[in-house]
Design a protein around this ligand. Structure first.
Ligand code: SF4
Ligand code: SF4
Length: 341
């Protein structure tokens, strides 16, 4: 239950909350890799299926469900947990280190979710660059997973790449290489936070801007799983372009350009039931122990306190920007008309 003051401020968002709710459900914090850019604290905890059932009941309607980890495919109950959300669009990221298991589980889930499943294989660059960031041998395994997943009918397949100083110099040749492998699209994510190691820190804005025309040229060549010249494919291209420009504009000006809807639409749940407003904010309580309305109120209070101390919150977190753009009239119009922010 959203606090009354916020209901008055955003009545439409509150009314359609169930149709627009985006949840990131971290089902395990175990992982087979130790990537240098990782922000997950590995505690060896899997969410139990009964805990997931309880959490699904408390969350209610979820429009977009991102499964998170650790590595989700290490969880033996991954498919059962996904099926607790039969009406959601589901995205599962994977490090791609167990190709056969990932292909078999993906085939099973693609048949169940019928066109609403996206698999995202993480690859950060050509073999030497990727393996320096993600660990020796990880590139070849991930590539094999990508190849196997291309044969699975009924799923959308993408590659996720985290941009840092380590891979920006070779990013566009690498993107062309991935393009030739024909996933449905390629997602670029800016590395989070301020890593101690400058090699994996966020590249200077000028370098990102210099690479922008070629990056957008390659992203614009994807069909996003649609037929050639389909209006939906065109809209998705425009959306990706808008998203990239918004990220750079946010970095340039250090302010939020599309109002953050996290307090209304976004929830992150961790393997122990901890819940937070977004992945960049700490958990405010536990969904297995406390009612949702108490937690909702606490999340809103937490953000208000944070903004009183730090000023208006902003970030370049793509997971949240999706629903922010899709619920912001000016951004919707800009994407429809193909206007850059
Ligand atoms: S695969 Fe993902 S969860 Fe595992 S170490 Fe790498 S970034 Fe972290
Ligand atoms: S960190 Fe980003 S997603 Fe989280 S509340 Fe702030 S602006 Fe929203």
């Amino acid at each position: 239950m959203i606090p009354a003051g916020n209901m008055l401020r955003h009545p439409l968002l509150c009314l359609f909350q169930g149709y627009l709710r985006h949840v990131i459900l971290h089902i395990t914090d175990r992982c087979s890799l130790r990537c240098k850019t990782c922000f997950v604290r590995k505690g060896g905890r899997d969410m139990h299926i009964e805990e997931a059932r309880h959490i699904a009941g408390r969350l209610g309607k979820v429009r977009w469900l991102d499964i998170g980890g650790g590595e989700p495919f290490l969880h033996p109950g991954l498919a059962d947990i996904c099926r607790l959300f039969p009406n959601s669009d589901i995205t599962i990221p994977t490090n791609g280190q167990d190709p056969d298991t990932i292909r078999d589980t993906a085939r099973d889930l693609a048949a169940f979710f019928k066109g609403r499943l996206t698999l995202a294989v993480s690859i950060d660059g050509f073999e030497s660059i990727n393996d320096a960031i993600r660990g020796a041998g990880s590139y070849q395994n991930a590539l094999q997973t990508l190849t196997l997943l291309r044969e699975v009918p009924g799923l959308t397949l993408k590659v996720n790449t985290v941009i840092s100083n380590a891979n920006l110099p070779e990013l566009t040749p690498f993107m062309r290489h991935i393009r030739a492998l024909e996933p449905d699209y390629h997602s670029l994510l800016l590395v989070r936070g301020a890593p101690d190691d400058p090699a994996i820190a966020l590249p200077p804005l000028k370098e990102l801007e210099a690479a922008t025309p070629e990056i957008l040229d390659i992203l614009g060549s994807y069909r996003f799983g649609n037929r050639p010249h389909s209006p939906m494919g065109m809209l998705k291209k425009r959306y990706q372009r808008y998203l990239w420009h918004i990220n750079l504009k946010t970095l340039r000006t250090r302010r939020c350009w599309v109002p953050c809807k996290a307090p209304y639409l976004h929830r992150v749940v961790y393997p122990d039931g901890g819940i937070s407003l977004c992945e960049l904010m700490p958990p405010v309580g536990n969904l297995l122990e406390e009612p949702m309305d108490v937690l909702e109120k606490r999340m809103h209070e937490f953000l208000e306190q944070y903004e009183r101390k730090q000023g208006p919150c902003f970030c370049t977190h793509n997971c949240n920007l999706g629903e922010n753009i899709q619920t912001h009239p000016r951004s919707i119009l800009a994407v429809l008309l193909g206007i850059d922010p």
